[in-house]
Design a protein around this ligand. Structure first.
Ligand SMILES: NC(=O)c1ccc[n+]([C@@H]2O[C@H](COP(=O)([O-])OP(=O)(O)OC[C@H]3O[C@@H](n4cnc5c(N)ncnc54)[C@H](OP(=O)(O)O)[C@@H]3O)[C@@H](O)[C@H]2O)c1
Length: 389
């Protein structure tokens, strides 16, 4: 690596594939030189690709789940002979399955070592150096999973809650130092993550995913703008991120179970339009859970609770009779399902305010969440899809 250059220097961990590789490409395309880290030899091919974009690249092949690996990366950063301007602490793994009998403790402890311990360890070095210089940008790859209890992916979501909380706290602590901290919160993204985490037979693993290059572009732009966080990349992911800030934890835990339970992929098998239909299915589940449990958990007034249950019962009946992922039987074609849902919509939209059921703040918020889910649901569903395809 050249040491006499005016080009800024960035460090990206987990840069051999997926979001990290795309983040590194963003840095290279924006005239940064790079130190990239990952464990396997694929890192060398990433380095060559980045060099073709004009960057000077140093590839550090280390196991970041160990203290020795982190120390080695920091040693290489210090010996670059120039300050590090930006760091993306991105390396991370998942471990799907049932905690009691499905997952392996060694995998989960390694996950904690990489996602949590190494992030803190590296941040300690990096933050100290940047604060001393009075400038620097730090990106932590969190996840929208950070805001949901990760039923059947429990240790992973907990690790991302840690990263998210850590990022926000560091950001506030460093407010007057010239160092910014940004949290990148992707939704399901098309990388090697799901295969490695043994999640391919789950609804979340088999469902629609964002492009890692879109996620990386959003992350890079937010980092450079010094923003607090960015939920990335698709509208669907942004809605999930927004929605999960409003929903009760118990509801989110149940929704996550539906998406991450081993074998849950079969719920969306054979869908005519996988992307729209999967999103539709996920939202329908969320909608149903929200309408049935939300009013009780939020202790909403009896009028909105009863309305909520009436809507949930109607929705459940329609789903049970329809060609739908949660359909028990296939009696009503999807097109009729659409008309039934659309006919029910005016009631859902108008009845709560007309009956005065949304007079308090929490009830209004719950009602707006339901409207948001409904609108998304209608937008994503292809009601013209033939029932038998
Ligand atoms: N994909 C998603 O849906 C999604 C959603 C939200 C957040 N995220 C987060 O995004 C980050 C990147 O994941 P990804 O989706 O891009 O997955 P990925 O394609 O599997 O990339 C993971 C990267 O981390 C590196 N890594 C794994 N174990 C390592 C270790 N012990 N030491 C050093 N490097 C190691 C991998 O390098 P090696 O191949 O050399 O091991 C690879 O470069 C993770 O923090 C993940 O939690 C992903």
């Amino acid at each position: 690596m050249h040491t006499t250059t005016s080009r800024p220097l960035a460090v990206v961990t987990g840069a051999s594939s997926g979001i990290g590789r795309e983040l590194a490409k963003q840095f290279a395309s924006n005239d940064f030189d790079l130190i990239i880290a990952a464990e396997d030899a694929e890192l060398q091919s990433a380095a060559r690709e980045l060099e073709q974009l004009g960057a000077s690249v140093e590839a550090v092949q280390v196991d970041l789940s160990t203290d020795a690996g982190v120390d080695e990366l920091h040693r290489r950063m210090s010996s670059a002979g120039r300050p590090v301007d930006a760091v993306a602490l991105n390396a991370g793994i998942g471990a799907g399955g049932e905690f009691a009998n499905g997952t392996d403790l060694a995998d989960e402890l390694r996950l904690v070592d990489l996602n949590v311990r190494s992030t803190v360890h590296l941040a300690k070095h990096v933050v100290h150096d940047m604060v001393e210089r009075g400038e620097g940008r730090i990106l932590l790859t969190s996840s929208i999973a950070s805001s949901m209890p990760g039923t059947f992916h429990a240790v992973y979501n907990a690790s991302k809650s840690f990263v998210q909380s850590f990022a926000l706290a560091l950001r506030a602590e460093l407010e007057d130092t010239g160092v910014t901290v940004t949290s990148l919160m992707p939704g399901p993204t098309d990388t090697e993550f799901f295969e490695r985490a043994d999640l391919t037979d789950t609804m979340i693993g088999a469902g629609p995913k964002d492009d890692p290059s879109d996620v990386a572009r959003d992350g890079f732009e937010a980092l450079m703008a010094g923003r607090e966080r960015v939920v990335s990349a698709s509208i669907n992911t942004k809605l999930q991120g927004r929605g999960s800030r409003l929903l009760p934890d118990a509801v989110k835990a149940r929704m996550h179970a539906l998406m991450a339970q081993p074998g849950s992929a079969k719920r969306i098998e054979g869908f005519p339009q996988p992307i729209k239909a999967t999103a539709h299915g996920v939202i329908d589940y969320g909608f149903f859970a929200l309408m049935t449990t939300g009013p009780v958990l939020l202790k909403l007034n009896p009028r909105i609770r009863n309305l909520s249950w009436a809507v949930a019962a109607t929705q459940g009946t329609i789903n049970a009779l329809t060609d739908h992922p949660v359909g028990l039987r296939r009696i009503i074609p999807l097109r009729i399902h659409g008309w039934l849902e659309l006919a029910a919509a005016p009631a859902v939209i108008a009845l709560p305010p007309l009956t005065g059921a949304v007079s308090d703040r929490r009830a209004r918020r719950a009602w707006l969440t339901v409207l948001g889910l409904l609108a998304t649901n209608y937008t994503l569903t292809d009601y013209d899809a033939p029932a038998d395809s």
